[in-house]
Design a protein around this ligand. Structure first.
Ligand SMILES: *Cc1c(COP(=O)(O)O)cnc(C)c1O
Ligand code: SF4
Length: 323
């Protein structure tokens, strides 16, 4: 990595690659493309957004996003051990600070006083870099709330920092009073190596249910064969593919963008080839906080190259989607 390039891109977006991941990037092009900065990030497009899915329009407290009535997203950490170049929070993650103990306590109070919230989701910046006492306390307090049915954690730790993943104290997930779901962010079969498998096996031993989410990325996983290989490998290791995300329109990510037309083509060809267990939902998160919809279905209709989405929040509301 040339220092000048890192400085230039680092001024706009966070740049970090952990040592062990860097060594893996030297062996896998699919990993290198996801983590090594490229000058193409400087080509911001006018359809790209600082807040591509409207997180900040639904944030009642710092680090808390409450878009859907039944679930709330908490971002306790402002950073990740390594940064994905296509991250939809790339304009905020790595620049925001960690939540303080009192901010986390405020978030727990918010959940306590909103009985329509049934699920807490911890998401990135990497939530598994919370200190173990903080994580233990957070899970314990939230699971003790009567109206909370389960907790979900979104993580990329075994990929962004194999070292932290190896040293993780899994006892924090043992003997929990309510179900815990962990969704692993994983985009290519090369990411499912010994470090990943050791990590997921430990989680399974604690009784955690494992899911995955994948982002559809140009020249990394945008083919039927690559996705089939990935999803089969995940299921073989006890991870149920949950979402295949259409890329959000974050600034400086156009070199990763696959058209909706191509994404829908790839996805429909997977349907005939894969067990239902291995087939995630292809999902599109509409800009402006309009919500997530299945990208391959009648929720999203195409006419002369223009897309119209039906809002998940209202039967009558239609949203134009420009791809
Ligand atoms: C994606 C998202 C969720 C989780 O949605 P699921 O469809 O349940 O995975 C929750 N809150 C916000 C704000 C989100 O963007
Ligand atoms: S691990 Fe997640 S939050 Fe962190 S940079 Fe990658 S996509 Fe973004």
């Amino acid at each position: 990595m040339k220092p000048l390039l890192t400085d230039l891109i680092g001024g706009l977006f966070p740049v970090a690659v952990s040592d062990e991941l860097l060594a893996k990037c030297q062996k896998s092009e699919a990993l290198a493309k996801q983590f090594i900065p490229s000058t193409e990030e400087l080509n911001a497009q006018d359809y790209e957004l600082v807040d591509p899915i409207g997180d900040y329009t639904h944030s009642p407290l710092p680090g808390l996003i409450h878009r859907y009535p039944d679930r709330v997203l908490l971002l306790p950490r402002g950073n990740c051990p390594s940064y994905c170049r296509f991250c939809f929070r790339k304009s905020s993650v790595g620049k925001s600070s960690n939540l303080s103990k009192s901010q986390i306590a405020d978030a727990i109070d918010y959940i306590k006083s909103n009985s329509q919230i049934r699920e807490l989701i911890l998401s990135g910046g990497e939530p598994l870099t919370l200190s173990i006492p903080e994580l233990r306390n957070l899970i314990k307090e939230v699971m003790a709330i009567e109206h909370i049915d389960w907790v979900r954690i979104h993580t990329r730790l075994p990929i962004t920092s194999p070292e932290l993943a190896r040293n993780f104290d899994f006892s924090v997930f043992e003997n929990l009073p309510k179900p815990l779901y962990v969704a692993l962010h994983c985009n290519h079969a090369d990411e499912i190596d010994d470090d990943f498998v050791t990590f997921t096996n430990q989680l399974r031993r604690c009784g955690v249910t494992l899911l995955s989410q994948t982002v559809l990325l140009k020249s990394i996983n945008d083919s039927t064969e690559l996705l089939e290989t990935l999803f089969r490998k995940l299921v073989r290791h006890g991870v149920r593919p949950y979402y295949l995300h259409h890329l959000d329109r974050a600034l400086g990510t156009s070199h990763f963008r696959v058209s909706l037309e191509k994404g829908r083509e790839i996805f429909s060809s997977l349907r005939g080839r894969l067990s239902g267990i291995a087939l995630p939902t292809y999902i599109l998160d509409l800009p402006g906080g309009e919500g997530k919809i299945p990208a391959e279905s009648e929720w999203l209709t195409e006419s002369n190259g223009n897309y119209t989405a039906q809002s998940p929040f209202s039967d009558t509301k239609r949203v134009t989607y420009i791809n």
